[in-house]
Design a binder for this molecule. Structure first.
Ligand SMILES: Nc1ncnc2c1ncn2[C@@H]1O[C@H](COP(=O)(O)OP(=O)(O)OP(=O)(O)O)[C@@H](O)[C@H]1O
Ligand SMILES: [Mg+2]
Length: 495
């Protein structure tokens, strides 16, 4: 069978970085094909080249057996190929509906835009996510009033309503919670049933084996293998990714110290109601539950984001007054968010500046030599396996996952006592994730404690010492030891 889409020897360089080297890839009609690989291996570059959002240096692309040379993504869209990009592209001040039809040719009689027809399509599309997004998500709401997951849903629907023949989803589920991912997967399955094809990029192994037919693994810009997922395994895929035999680490059973480090008494703030908890020294305390039940709010409150909070907090015996992020940082908190667009990256700044920011603020150092800063930064970036050309390059040139590693590195530099993590591994590749879990445990062995909210249930159940389940702003259960299972988690979360 002739592949629907075929890439032959596609190469792309960015200055000194060889993002793709003679890449081959082939997509059949009606298949769900994953692109897998470490951060910075070239997945997003490949997606952009397919639709000509980036120009290739060399190589050939065949669509339905014929060579194509789109001159821009609009041409590719006309031909039935469309992308949900990794970095969101909505215009914040426009409404959901306006964003959804931006650049599309849905016109009524006499060439005028048929807004009524558009509204109908938009409502029907949003209806698919009913019950797993807030009721505010309507066609006329401006995108800047939406949460990160809702923005991602709009981005996805914008492409799905056009029912492209080939749809590329570049980490489109990264901001979604599990109930929302299920709906996305239903949309994907429906397209497949109609004979359309889907290219998916994800760092979540569970997704790959749940919905994928085949996967192509990219390593350092080279497509190294294509596997049938029914016949493959987690180990085989990671082995292709890293180029050597790989086995995921077994669960390490750690025993945190019996020493109370942080005490929270009767905390209420925003959605949070009467939160009481203790965090032990060296403990990894997980937060879980359905999305938006107060997990992120609890972390933000501890980071000084809810100065009007009620309740008492003590760290290491000292009463806390968390009135601003600056207070929290001074008291020893660090805050690593996966929502790097809102809380992390300063896009025009360099890699070095982005890394040292919190450290300089905390230490209050006004004078420093670049040389000494570099020598402090380098070991941390090396530990996180950061792929980059030059510390002075702008952070926006890095791949999504490598940007996220810088946010993690930024806070590790401050030598925190308690690290607040809000989905920190979003967009981080599978191998680096494992390394990060090991790093978290190493830090805890030195007396640091971690409170960790994650949208990936498996990672938190495997790596946290205890998991608190939140429901509507209350802590409704505490899972430990044998009860650290998906069954117990969902039972408590859905009660
Ligand atoms: N506009 C750019 N300028 C310079 N370098 C770039 C640019 N875009 C990408 N790169 C580099 O090309 C390489 C491949 O990046 P790409 O975004 O394709 O990776 P990726 O596989 O999508 O990674 P991730 O899983 O982290 O999203 C990286 O080293 C990245 O830094
Ligand atoms: Mg990418």
């Amino acid at each position: 069978m002739i592949p629907l889409l075929k890439l032959k020897g596609v190469s792309k360089r960015f200055g000194g970085v060889h993002a793709l080297r003679q890449c081959n890839f082939s997509l059949q009609s009606g298949e769900i094909h994953f692109l897998i690989g470490a951060n910075g291996c070239g997945k997003s570059t490949l997606s952009k080249i397919i639709v000509c959002a980036l120009e290739k240096d060399s190589g050939e692309i065949l669509y339905n057996g014929n060579p194509v040379n789109f001159s821009n993504p609009g041409d590719a869209r006309q031909a039935g190929i469309d992308v949900v990009y990794q970095e969101l592209s909505l215009i914040p001040d426009l409404s959901v509906q306006e964003n959804m039809f931006l650049g599309s040719r849905n016109q009524g009689k006499l060439g005028f835009t048929d807004t009524k027809a558009q509204e109908k399509i938009c409502r029907a599309a949003l209806e698919r996510f009913k019950g797993v997004v807030s009721e505010n998500l309507t066609p006329d709401i401006p995108v800047n009033r939406l949460t990160a997951d809702e923005r991602q849903i709009v981005e996805i629907l914008k492409v799905f309503i056009r029912e492209p023949k080939v749809i590329i989803l570049d980490e489109a589920s990264s901001s979604l919670h599990s109930t929302q991912v299920e709906i996305l997967f239903n949309l994907v399955r429906e397209l497949k049933e109609k004979g359309h094809s889907v290219i998916m990029i994800s760092h979540k192994m569970k997704e790959l084996f749940e919905i994928g037919d085949r996967a192509t693994i990219i390593r350092n810009g080279l497509t190294v293998a294509t596997v049938e997922l029914k016949e493959s395994s987690h180990e085989e895929i990671v082995t292709h990714m890293v180029g050597e035999q790989y086995f995921s680490a077994d669960k390490i059973n750690r025993v945190p110290k019996d020493e109370i480090f942080l005490t929270i008494k009767d905390l209420s703030a925003g959605k949070l109601k009467d939160i009481n908890l203790t965090l032990f020294k060296g403990e990894i305390l997980g937060l879980s539950g359905l999305q938006g039940q107060g997990q992120s709010e609890l972390l933000l409150t501890l980071f000084g984001g809810h100065p009007e909070y009620k309740g008492d907090l003590f760290l290491d015996g000292k009463k806390l007054n968390l009135r601003s992020p600056a207070h929290s940082v001074r008291d020893g908190f660090a805050y690593i968010s996966g929502d790097r667009k809102s809380y992390g990256v300063f896009p025009v700044r360099s890699i070095l500046e982005n890394t040292v920011l919190a450290y300089l603020k905390k230490t209050g150092r006004k004078f420093f030599s670049r040389k000494s800063l570099r020598s402090e930064v380098l070991p941390i970036l090396e530990r996180l396996d950061l792929i980059y050309d030059n510390l002075d390059d702008s952070i926006s040139q890095l791949s999504g996952g490598n940007q996220q590693k810088i946010i993690i590195g930024r806070w590790l530099m401050t030598g925190p006592k308690v690290i607040l993590m809000d989905d920190p591994t979003k967009g981080v590749d599978i191998k680096t994730k494992e390394e990060l879990y090991a790093l978290m445990k190493e830090l805890c062995d030195t007396g640091v404690s971690i409170i960790w909210n994650s949208s990936e249930d498996q990672e938190i159940l495997r790596n946290a010492d205890r998991v608190l389940v939140l429901n509507d702003g209350w802590i409704v259960d505490e899972l430990r030891e044998d009860r650290l299972s998906e069954y117990e988690l969902y039972k408590a979360a859905m009660a």
